[in-house]
Ligand binder design. Structure first.
Ligand code: 5AD
Ligand code: SF4
Length: 438
């Protein structure tokens, strides 16, 4: 029997949290922890939290409450809260939920080994600093396990945009880009471990301006560097801000074969009045013109976006402008949210839209988005696409992977995980496409 301690991590929120959870598991791996999929046999439970919307934080508190019985049975069990709720409400969490031994913010999780030791000795450990040192560097040289074919790689963190609704600039801090050589070293390491597709992550990934051999480097220049790595077949990036879609990045979408034809470019609203109130510094019109330029470079690109409905003072006419914009773009994917008041953000103090009105708008928007999503997915039938296979499907002999456009595709046939193959799409189901190998 192994005497290694077991770590259970539950991840909420965005892909950057998924990446952070992997790094936290590696950091605690150095302390003798192995990951487990069940909280019941864990020696340490970490909730990597998200603070972007109200319910996310409430879910964390109710999840913590559920561990009460477990902790009573196992007094040595340590419970930690990480991520953006930890950053925003660290002290409050310690007060409100005495079960919690450890609270670590997203900028200090490289200090987890020391914090774990402190928690083991019976003390509470709290760290929500924004330290100077490079946490990614501090986390290097961990055991190099084999990986699946896709991976995230955080290249940029934080945000200086201060949209009036958003907590990110407060929980993740100011915009910081990782140096080019470190990103490339991590990418090469991932490829050696079996990765074929890398998604570059950042809260504002296209604001990337990492230090490189020739000075400040744009995201497009970074992508062209990654393009040279043999064995890396696909590159994606998320999330982008319309104002940082530079000419070289638009061109890369046309010229770089490894850069996949999918772009997540949140606009939030189609009303210029609301966009202004949101502090978005672009208009609906400038966004539509931008998409025209991107489509000129890469006509088949699949667009994705984020929307907020019921932002303070949003009228029916403002909302109609959002519907019009959605009609005009035709999103292959889109995520829509009801505005949620975030304490400390400028919009929190403004007159709120009644809850039932916001809910009704959300339903109307989602119906429109679903219609377009469906239409675009169905239109894939008969087309030939690249698919990177990841894992066996539900049916015997089935394998599933993602198309260039990020649709899930399943085929029946002899194909291995990690294989990138041409596939003809033969059918479109509820959440995935069916295809056959060419
Ligand atoms: N309320 C609702 N949605 C929000 N988002 C960010 N902050 C809020 C908020 N306070 C949404 C935005 C963003 C996505 C990640 O979450 O649409 O693009
Ligand atoms: Fe938040 Fe994105 Fe706006 Fe930054 S650009 S404040 S992360 S919504």
């Amino acid at each position: 029997m192994s005497d290694r301690k077991k770590l259970y991590i539950k991840t909420y929120g965005c892909q950057m949290n998924v990446y952070d959870s992997e790094r936290m598991a590696e950091a605690l791996g150095g302390q003798g922890y192995v990951e487990t999929q069940s909280p019941d046999d864990a020696d340490m439970i970490l909730l990597n939290t998200c603070h972007i919307r109200e319910k996310a934080a409430e879910k964390v508190y109710s999840e913590l409450g559920r561990f009460k019985g477990l902790k009573a049975e196992k007094p040595d069990l340590k419970i930690g809260v990480a991520g953006c709720v930890a950053q925003a409400e660290g002290e409050e969490i310690m007060r409100r939920q005495p079960l919690v031994d450890l609270v670590v913010g997203p900028q200090s999780y490289h200090r987890l080994p020391e914090m774990e030791a402190k928690a083991r000795s019976g003390e509470k450990a709290l760290d929500t600093d924004f330290p100077e040192e490079d946490k990614f560097e501090r986390l290097k040289s961990r055991p190099k396990a084999k990986r699946g074919p896709t991976a995230f790689l955080t290249v940029q963190e934080g945000c200086d945009k201060f949209c009036a609704f958003c907590v990110v600039p407060y929980t993740r801090g100011a915009e910081v880009s990782r140096p080019v050589d470190r990103v490339l070293a991590e990418a090469r390491d991932l490829v050696e471990r079996g990765v074929r597709e890398i998604t570059l992550l950042g809260q504002n990934v296209n604001a990337y301006h990492g230090a490189g051999p020739e000075g400040e480097t744009t995201l497009a220049q970074l992508i062209w560097q990654l393009d040279k790595i043999d064995g890396l077949e696909r590159i994606r990036f998320t999330t982008s801000h319309p104002n940082d879609m530079t000419d070289d990045l638009i061109e890369a979408h046309g010229d770089c074969a490894k850069l996949m034809p999918y772009l997540h470019l949140p606009v939030q609203s189609g009303s210029d009045r609301i966009l202004k109130r949101m502090n978005r510094s672009h208009t609906a019109e400038s966004y539509l013109r931008l998409i025209e330029r991107i489509r000129a470079a890469r006509p088949d690109i699949l667009m994705s976006g984020d929307f907020i409905v019921g932002f303070p003072e949003e009228t029916e006419a403002d909302f109609q402008a959002t519907l019009d914009l959605v009609e005009a773009v035709g999103y292959g994917y889109a995520y829509s949210f009801k505005y949620s008041t975030r304490p400390g953000t400028p919009a929190a103090e403004r007159p709120q839209v009644p809850e039932d009105e916001a809910t009704e708008r959300l339903h109307r928007l989602q119906a429109l988005i679903t219609r377009d999503q469906r239409r675009i997915q169905d239109a894939m039938v008969g087309r030939e696409v690249g698919v990177l296979f990841e894992k066996p499907g539900r049916q015997p002999g089935q394998m599933v992977g993602k198309s260039d456009y990020l649709h899930a595709v399943h085929v029946t046939g002899p194909v291995e995980s990690g294989a990138l193959r041409r596939v003809r799409i033969t059918g479109s189901g509820a959440n995935s496409l069916a295809g056959e190998l060419i």
